[in-house]
Design a protein around this ligand. Structure first.
Ligand code: SF4
Ligand code: SF4
Length: 442
């Protein structure tokens, strides 16, 4: 069978063997949990509790601060200790609610809800919004907005992003193996919002056990198919995934809904299922803790707000001095300078390596080898774009389609001169996106 893919991309060492066969382990956090009020794209959430209040797990502690925003819920029972700026993974100080865990893990009683099959689309969307669900694949876009396109009848595909193409990450892999029925259940809930759509479970071919299991469990589901994709990074990037599964092209000024597609990742769909079928708020996510400096790599079911240091302890601590610690995957994550920060709704992984290959040597002058161009899935010219970004030449950057870069990191990965191509392009894109938001540019 012809396997689906996209142009460009790379095949880095995947490092998944370290954790892929280890079942997910639940972590019970100790001490304080920290909930930044910005864990999503959009307006910051607004605290609805005060210092000294007692809270239960699942209780709303901050409400959405605007239409594009998301509420935040406590994930343990305890007392509000502080509402103050705290350091997050990006190094920024963000206003946060701090809960002192009472170690009873008492959960709020979910209000009775009717079976989702009897709910209207508006009721399902309301549940998704109230549960505080945002995209857990990294972007943190509020899910209820993504699931409310202008013309839902024109959505042809709801694509479950089961690619997990980032090296070392196996949290989605374990989720698919351990609770496939919740993934399929969540996809069915989402399909109920789009009457003309089919569901696609898009899985890379390095996960044959998941493909087999999902095919078996969906053989009686006429609206759901499993698509096997070639293993290639960044197969799970939204635009590449849409192209590989449907042949439809999306550019930086379009939304997937413009080509009849909605994409959501594994953990998000499972969280939707939990919210709509059981009335539960977004409280958990699975985090891969791995790398050659970690003593016992694994996947952990983490209560959002848990400190990164506790995750390192849960994974047996460091067995070697880490030279580099990364939040997220090695291709798109970012280096951490302090591990005393909380996990959030978008934390996918914590990696610790004994060698920092990136900072060893380079950058040198470009040798015009063309490798960056060959591998770029955005079909742009990384070398030129990085030059324009470094020269702060906005006009040329836009003219050479700099906004089509998906920040995948392939160009930096293959560059023999070790130029910081992605980093330069990414900084320029951020600047241009800010400008776009303010209406200063198209
Ligand atoms: S220019 Fe952007 S899309 Fe192209 S390889 Fe580099 S990071 Fe990826
Ligand atoms: S991969 Fe590096 S050295 Fe080769 S053309 Fe691109 S920027 Fe130049």
């Amino acid at each position: 069978m012809l396997k689906k893919s996209f142009m460009g991309g790379i095949h880095p060492y995947d490092g998944k063997d370290l954790t892929k066969d280890i079942p997910i382990k639940a972590v019970l956090p100790k001490g304080e949990l920290v909930y930044p009020l910005v864990q999503h794209i959009g307006a910051p959430a607004v605290a609805v509790v005060s210092v000294g209040d007692k809270v239960l797990a699942g209780q709303k502690i901050a409400d959405a601060g605007g239409f594009v925003s998301a509420p935040v819920h406590a994930t343990v029972s305890g007392k509000i200790k502080a509402i103050e700026p705290r350091r997050t993974v990006t190094g920024d100080l963000v206003m946060s609610i701090v809960v002192e865990n009472d170690n009873y893990y008492e959960e709020i009683e979910a209000a009775p809800i009717k079976p989702w099959e009897q709910m209207t689309a508006a009721q399902i969307l309301e549940r998704i919004r109230d549960a505080g669900i945002v995209g857990m694949g990294g972007a943190g876009f509020p899910t209820f907005i993504k699931m409310s396109p202008r013309e839902p009848d024109k959505i042809d595909y709801v694509i479950a992003n089961c690619a997990e193409c980032e090296p070392y990450l196996t949290s989605d892999y374990r989720r698919m193996l351990e609770e496939p029925e919740n993934l399929i259940g969540g996809l069915k809930v989402l399909l109920s919002l789009f009457v003309n759509a089919r569901g696609i479970l898009a899985v890379e071919d390095n996960k044959p056990a998941c493909i087999e299991l999902l095919r078996e469990l969906t053989k009686e589901e006429p609206r759901i198919i499993v698509k096997e994709l070639k293993t290639k990074y960044p197969q799970g990037a939204e635009r590449q995934l849409i192209y590989a599964t449907t042949g439809r092209l999306v550019n930086s000024s379009m939304l997937p809904a413009d080509v009849g597609c909605i994409v959501s990742n594994v953990d998000t769909i499972i969280t939707v299922n939990r919210a709509v079928t059981r009335g539960k708020a977004m409280m958990y996510r699975v985090v891969t803790v791995t790398g050659d400096a970690i003593a016992s790599p694994g996947n952990f079911l983490v209560r959002i707000g848990t400190n990164y240091r506790q995750l390192i302890d849960e994974a047996g601590g460091f067995k070697k001095e880490p030279a580099k610690i990364i939040s997220g995957g090695p291709m798109m994550g970012f280096a951490l300078f302090d591990t005393d920060v909380p996990t959030t709704k978008t934390t996918s992984a914590l990696l610790a390596f004994s060698r920092d290959e990136v900072s060893e040597g380079g950058p040198d002058a470009c040798i015009n080898c063309g490798k960056c161009v060959e591998t770029c899935p955005g079909r742009v010219l990384p070398r030129k774009l990085a030059d324009y970004a470094e020269q702060e030449n906005e006009q040329a950057f836009l003219q050479y389609n700099g906004m089509e870069c998906c920040e995948c990191g392939c160009c930096s990965y293959v560059c023999p001169a070790r130029r910081h191509l992605t980093q330069s392009i990414k900084s320029m894109r951020r600047l241009m996106l800010e400008r776009r938001k303010k209406g200063e540019t198209k």
